[in-house]
Design a protein around this ligand. Sequence first.
Ligand SMILES: [Zn+2]
Ligand SMILES: [Zn+2]
Length: 268
Amino acid sequence: MENNPGRDLRLLLDRLYPATPNTDFFVNKADSDFMEDGLLADLHHQSFLNYLVRRLLTVSYGLLRKYPIDQFGENRYQREIYKYLKGFSRLKEKDILRLKVKIFYCIETSQSNKPTKLETNKIKKRCENRSYFCYICGQEMDYSGGSVESNAFSVDHIWPRHLGGLSSNVNFGGACRDCNNKIKEDYIDFADFHYEHIAFSKTPYDFLAEDRKSRIEIAIFSKTEFCCSICMKPAYIIGELFIGKKEPNDGWHYQNLMPYCKSHKPKE
Ligand SMILES: [Zn+2]
Ligand SMILES: [Zn+2]
């Protein structure tokens, strides 16, 4: 199956900077101190990889503005990426060359077209025929063709286009408009940002149970699989996701939140 170039870039970075089991490393020490069984260290590592993807691509977009391909050509643009990596890293030559190729594919992909109206309609038909819910939050979507309702059907790039996500079926998900635009934006996944901030939004904790937006944000970013953490059924099949604590006696903090379907939602 075709891979998103952005994911390929992250895989390469993962090979260059694998997670280390070194117990002197502060993250591993904190992981052990807070009894996270490796989850905290993993979150930190994923987050770091996402950061590097963003950083390399942000710089490369800057270079693209300076050396547009239609004016300077592909080779010149690739050379500028190379020069940047050569000048601002101590990477080995072979790794610079590998990175340059991956970065270039991401930028090239991001310039590709969005789904056409025809493609969008095809995806919509498919989702509607199967009565799919929003793949992010599990709410019912409005398939009537409107575009202003918060739950209007829209096509989302699961891996953001801007960060090297393909405009093809493997990377399209049917999502309600709010989930697509206001909530997921161009985040890659749960490891992409400041966890507590995303998880709780600006909503005071007391309102957590009622505030839908807040719940969705948590559902999205708590673990990004968009499925119930018990039965593993995806939101687009099983419907709305709820957030509950993994460990009932622990607090409402990011690492202790999990998405659940209606039947597996823990009692409060
Ligand atoms: Zn949604
Ligand atoms: Zn479930």
